[in-house]
Design a protein around this ligand. Structure first.
Ligand SMILES: [Zn+2]
Length: 76
Protein backbone atom coordinates (compact mmCIF):
# COMPACT_ATOMS: atom_id res chain seq x y z
CA UNK A 1 0.00 0.00 0.00
CA UNK A 2 1.42 3.30 -1.07
CA UNK A 3 1.39 6.27 1.19
CA UNK A 4 1.53 9.78 -0.07
CA UNK A 5 2.39 13.08 1.52
CA UNK A 6 -0.31 14.49 3.79
CA UNK A 7 0.16 18.06 2.57
CA UNK A 8 -2.75 19.31 0.47
CA UNK A 9 -1.98 19.10 -3.21
CA UNK A 10 1.17 17.09 -2.72
CA UNK A 11 1.16 13.71 -4.40
CA UNK A 12 4.72 12.73 -3.60
CA UNK A 13 5.66 9.53 -1.94
CA UNK A 14 5.77 9.71 1.84
CA UNK A 15 9.10 8.80 3.38
CA UNK A 16 8.79 10.35 6.81
CA UNK A 17 6.27 10.41 9.61
CA UNK A 18 5.46 13.42 11.67
CA UNK A 19 4.22 13.18 15.21
CA UNK A 20 3.54 15.68 17.96
CA UNK A 21 4.59 15.25 21.54
CA UNK A 22 2.35 17.74 23.25
CA UNK A 23 3.80 17.16 26.68
CA UNK A 24 7.28 18.17 25.52
CA UNK A 25 6.30 20.59 22.75
CA UNK A 26 8.34 18.57 20.32
CA UNK A 27 7.58 17.69 16.72
CA UNK A 28 9.23 14.45 15.76
CA UNK A 29 10.27 13.58 12.25
CA UNK A 30 10.81 9.85 11.96
CA UNK A 31 11.27 7.35 9.23
CA UNK A 32 7.94 6.36 7.78
CA UNK A 33 5.90 4.52 10.34
CA UNK A 34 4.89 0.99 9.48
CA UNK A 35 1.23 1.77 9.87
CA UNK A 36 -0.86 4.83 9.31
CA UNK A 37 -2.17 6.34 12.48
CA UNK A 38 -4.71 9.11 13.08
CA UNK A 39 -2.31 11.12 15.20
CA UNK A 40 0.61 11.11 12.79
CA UNK A 41 1.13 12.53 9.35
CA UNK A 42 3.10 11.14 6.47
CA UNK A 43 5.33 13.52 4.59
CA UNK A 44 7.45 13.46 1.46
CA UNK A 45 11.17 14.28 1.82
CA UNK A 46 10.73 17.87 0.74
CA UNK A 47 7.93 18.66 3.15
CA UNK A 48 9.66 16.80 5.95
CA UNK A 49 12.78 18.88 5.42
CA UNK A 50 10.91 22.15 5.11
CA UNK A 51 8.72 21.51 8.09
CA UNK A 52 8.28 24.47 10.37
CA UNK A 53 7.09 24.03 13.90
CA UNK A 54 4.88 26.37 15.91
CA UNK A 55 6.44 28.99 18.14
CA UNK A 56 7.80 27.44 21.28
CA UNK A 57 8.04 24.02 19.70
CA UNK A 58 11.15 22.09 18.81
CA UNK A 59 11.67 20.00 15.71
CA UNK A 60 13.62 16.81 16.25
CA UNK A 61 14.69 14.73 13.34
CA UNK A 62 15.01 11.09 14.29
CA UNK A 63 15.33 9.73 10.79
CA UNK A 64 18.08 7.30 10.13
CA UNK A 65 20.73 8.98 8.04
CA UNK A 66 19.41 12.46 8.62
CA UNK A 67 21.97 15.20 8.85
CA UNK A 68 21.32 16.79 12.18
CA UNK A 69 21.61 20.53 12.17
CA UNK A 70 21.44 20.98 8.45
CA UNK A 71 19.14 23.76 7.45
CA UNK A 72 19.18 23.65 3.73
CA UNK A 73 16.78 26.09 2.28
CA UNK A 74 15.33 25.73 -1.14
CA UNK A 75 15.33 28.98 -2.97
CA UNK A 76 12.23 28.12 -4.95
ZN1 LIG B 1 4.83 16.72 0.27
Amino acid sequence: MKRTCARPGCQRHAVATLSYSYADSVVWVDDLAAEAHPMIHDLCPEHADRLRVPRGWERRDARVGSVVGSHQRLSA
